[in-house]
Structures are given as C-alpha cells and as structure tokens.
Design a protein around this ligand. Structure first.
Ligand code: BTN
Length: 247
C-alpha cells in the first residue's frame, strides 16, 4: 500500500479520482493525495471542507478478496490506523465515533468515506478516503462548522508534520488490512472498541427512514453497531447515522 502514489496540487475529490482509476484497473494499494480538494465529499452526500492545503486529504484503493457484506470492517480498521498514527506521531489521543468519525475534544478532527464497487459475492475495489484536519486555524473553517470542527494544530498549539502522520497511517493501515484478510476481525474490533466514544452511550439512530433511541452495546465482527433500542428490540445497524448524546 502506498508504493504507487498519485499526487495532485488540486483535484475535485481524491475519492472520485480513485474510483475512476480503480475502474480503469489501477493496482491494489494505489494512493491518491491532493493538497486541496475543490469538491471534497463527506458521508451521506455531505460536503467536506478541504479547500486548504493545511489538511491531509487522500484515498487508498484496495482490492480485497472478501464478501461485500464484510467490507465495513475496513472502515473500522482505517479509523484505528488513523487514531494510532496520531498518537504515535503527535502524542494526541483521539476517539472514534461509529463508524468513522475521528473525534478530539468532542469535535470532529477527521472522517472516512469508504466507497465500494461490488457485484453479488465479489468486491471489485474499495476506496477508503481519509480526511484529517491537521494544521488549520479556526479561521480556515467555514463559519457553520467552527463550533464542531478542530485541527491537530488547534489542539496542540503548534503545527504537526503532515508527511510523518500520513506515512504512519499508511504503514499502520497496511498492517491492519493484512490482518483483516487473515480473518483477524476480532482484534480490530477490540482495538476499535477501546478507542470508541460510542459504546456504552445513549445514541440516536436514523435507520431506514426511522429514528430509534437506545444504548450502543458493541460492534459485531462484521462491523455493525449493536443498539439496544428503547422499544425493546436490539438492532444491528450497518449504515445510517448515529448521534451520541453529549457529542
Ligand atoms: C465524513 O463525512 O466524515 C467523511 C469525510 C471524508 C473526507 C475525505 S478527504 C479525502 C477523500 N476525498 C473525498 O472527497 N472525501 C474523502
């Protein structure tokens, strides 16, 4: 992973470009990086503000030999790699909000957008897009997200090395990705749970056009969140959105 890197000063979205070259057959492990994105995308159709070169915006193309149902664990693995890399290179401890928000001080430091191309029973490729607020100051963020966003620099009071952090994420992701292929999902879920700010909390889940309140109990080995809902039913949530109380 990362032996083939496509680097841009500016691009619409590293995920969009990664999907395009993945469709054209690029190698497993290809990484697309851009200093700036003009149309950065977040989950559930949201925008992702990435109009400054102070952040870390990149996408990894992987071609796992897995069933499409088992892909969610790759996103969890990526968030574990990110949190551990931030700890290693910056000495800062972040949390993870299911499935993929990187949280620092109750604010959003980063996110992961995983996009999948699959047929029944077969995965063509997965694009794991990672966005991290590294050296932005508060003024870099649009007014609407200033209450919710944070960067590593804002927290640490000094700039961090984007190159070191990126290198560490790629190294860790490669290692953890190999363990997924060996079926070591439980290890990853356990690590993920250790960093989670979701498990044990009261959550609101928007799921299949419905809203449920309940308590997040755990994560299943396929990466789904198990929520004990107030109506007495325990549901396994695979996509959808959650809100954690107090975050
Ligand atoms: C989220 O909504 O939390 C996910 C945000 C993911 C942003 C990253 S930045 C690099 C990659 N390219 C994109 O367009 N999005 C992802």
């Amino acid at each position: 992973i990362g032996s083939n890197i496509r680097y841009f000063e500016e691009i619409d979205s590293t995920n969009s470009y990664a999907k395009k070259i993945a469709n054209e057959g690029c190698a497993h492990g290809t990484v697309v990086i851009s200093e700036v994105q003009t149309m950065g995308r977040g989950r559930v159709g949201r925008q992702w503000q990435s109009d400054t070169a102070e952040g870390i915006w990149f996408s990894i193309v992987v071609r796992p030999d897995l069933e499409p149902e088992n892909i969610q664990v790759i996103t969890l693995a990526a968030s574990v790699a990110v949190v551990e890399a931030i700890k290693e290179t910056c000495g800062i401890i972040c949390g993870i909000k299911w499935p993929n928000d990187i949280i620092l001080n109750g604010r959003k430091l980063g996110g992961i957008l995983t996009e999948l191309s699959a047929e029944p029973g077969h995965v063509n490729y997965v694009v794991v897009g990672i966005g991290l607020n590294a050296n932005q100051d508060l003024e870099h963020f649009d007014y609407e997200i200033r209450q919710k966003a944070i960067s590593l620099k804002m927290y640490a009071g000094k700039s961090i090395s984007r190159a070191n952090l990126l290198g560490s994420i790629l190294t860790r992701f490669e290692k953890i990705y190999k363990s997924i292929l060996l079926g070591e999902n439980r290890d990853i879920i356990d690590k993920w749970t250790a960093y989670s700010v979701t498990i044990g909390k009261e959550v609101k889940v928007a799921y299949k056009d419905m809203e449920y309140f309940g308590k997040a109990l755990s994560v299943a080995s396929d990466g789904r969140l198990i929520v004990e809902c107030k109506d007495g039913v325990t549901r396994e949530i695979s996509a959808g959105e959650i809100q954690v109380r107090g975050l």
